[in-house]
Write a new protein. Structure first.
Length: 439
């Protein structure tokens, strides 16, 4: 029997997708507003989340699929049915959930939406999909937006930037990212922690790219991770674990992490330097700043935390200069779409120029805070040159005391400026790094 409206994970998922698509909420917020916390069973919670994220991942494809199955689009007052159908089509076309279960549960949900009249419509659309699935798949292949499930503007940017890799990139973006850990090497070693994981039957391996990183064979909930509360480990992809090494930290240096929340890279800086640097973590958003405090407390790191705007140091800085600055700039997130598929719905083409302008402004504002011979590491989780090498190019042409230092590693792609990691390489997220030194 279908559960009541407040407790149906399918309904939570479908409402959450609607909140992302129509109200612009991010998926976590959308799931909360849709009532995921009212679900009692952990399996229901995980099912609601996976149907929501899966539908968002395949949203651009499912929209085309639904349009092929409907004679005419549903009216605005029936947007709820539209999203009910999208989530059901995702389950039918991309998962191995029993088909009769998907159809009957979805049809029954029209009662919860108080649209009993739509029973025949929902049943008809889903059965029509099942009858014509193979032919519809062929039609979807003809549209690049449907085939790759990416918005047209982003697809065009990717095709231009990565003419040989864009297909692989879109395929990676549609996969589920692995769960990776960063071992707090001040509290345990990577080998010891791997043994601890083995003792609770969590299959994992060491990343060859970062000395602190472990990649789990399949994701698990945080409470299953040994010693998480005691700060032995944090959840972090391997690519962001490269920042600490690229900063070339030396004892007693003063480091500024200019966009620090939730504090993943800041904590790693403390771990990689064995706590021998002084770290100032700056963050604009007071809510996110609290997450830095929590993380540092759990991991046992002492850092200075300042609420302030990286683009106007005069409002928070006492004139202190730093040996190292990490600018992990706000960006489109185009390198982490596999973790946050809602990015494909929430971002707009016009955001990219605005972000690039802001990134350049941050560089200019922070540069005077760097000591002579100091290094600034610029990082984004974007794979768009507009936010990466082009920003660095502009900055270098405008700031004559800045020189680029090559990041000499045997992974990623060396670009005209900086190093680009594409999603999926050594199981990493897409990331960009460029190291600038002051002469
Ligand atoms: C990419 S995230 C940083 C991730 C972080 N470095 C980590 O590794 O956990 C960018 C952060 O910059 C913050 N931010 C945005 N605008 C800012 C500004 N003008 N000044 C300082 N921080 C800002 C955002 O709130 C966000 O927390």
């Amino acid at each position: 029997m279908t559960k009541s409206s407040t407790t149906s994970p399918r309904l939570v998922a479908c409402r959450a997708v609607q909140f992302v698509a129509d109200k612009g909420l991010n998926s976590e917020r959308a799931l909360t507003v849709a009532g995921i916390n009212n679900l009692n069973d952990v399996r229901d919670i995980s099912f609601a989340r996976s149907v929501c994220l899966g539908t968002l991942r395949w949203y651009h494809q499912q929209e085309v699929l639904l349009s092929l199955l409907l004679d005419k689009p549903l009216q605005n007052k029936n947007r709820d049915l539209h999203f009910l159908l999208l989530t059901a089509l995702f389950q039918l076309s991309k998962t191995d959930i029993a088909r009769h279960g998907v159809v009957s549960e979805t049809v029954n949900l029209v009662h919860a939406l108080k649209k009993k009249w739509a029973k025949g419509l929902v049943n008809g659309v889903l059965r029509s999909y099942l009858r014509q699935a193979a032919a519809l798949e062929i039609k979807l292949k003809k549209s690049p937006v449907a085939d790759t499930s990416h918005p047209d503007w982003l697809l065009k940017l990717l095709q231009t930037a990565w003419p040989y890799q864009w297909r692989d990139i879109t395929e990676e973006n549609n996969k589920q990212a692995p769960m990776s850990l960063r071992v707090n090497t001040l509290r345990t070693s990577r080998d010891e922690y791997l043994d601890m994981l083995g003792s609770v039957n969590i299959d994992a391996s060491c990343s060859p790219i970062s000395a602190s990183a472990i990649i789990l064979k399949s994701p698990c909930s945080i409470d299953k991770l040994p010693g998480f509360d005691k700060g032995l480990v944090s959840i972090q992809d391997v690519a962001p674990q490269l920042a600490a090494g690229f900063l070339d930290l030396q004892n007693n240096q003063h480091v500024l992490d200019a966009c620090a929340a939730p504090g993943g890279k800041a904590a790693h800086i403390m771990e990689a330097s064995a706590g021998k640097v002084k770290l100032t973590a700056l963050e604009l958003d007071p809510q996110r700043l609290l997450r830095i405090t929590d993380n540092m407390q759990r991991l046992g790191h002492k850092v200075e935390i300042i609420e302030g705007d990286a683009s106007s140091p005069e409002s928070w800085s006492s004139g202190q200069k730093y040996d190292r600055i990490l600018l992990d700039a706000p960006c489109s997130g185009s390198g982490v779409i596999r973790r946050h598929p809602d990015i494909k719905l929430l971002r707009r083409a016009s955001d990219i120029k605005q972000l690039a302008d802001q990134q350049l402004r941050f560089l200019h504002a922070l540069w005077p805070l760097l000591k002579d011979n100091g290094k600034l590491l610029y990082a984004t989780c974007s794979i768009l040159p507009q936010e990466n090498e082009n920003v660095i190019h502009c900055f270098l042409s405008e700031e004559e005391t800045a020189k680029e230092r090559e990041l000499d590693v045997n992974y990623g792609q060396s670009r005209q400026h900086g190093l680009q990691i594409l999603p999926g390489e050594h199981q990493m997220d897409g990331f960009f790094y460029a190291c600038l030194q002051k002469n």
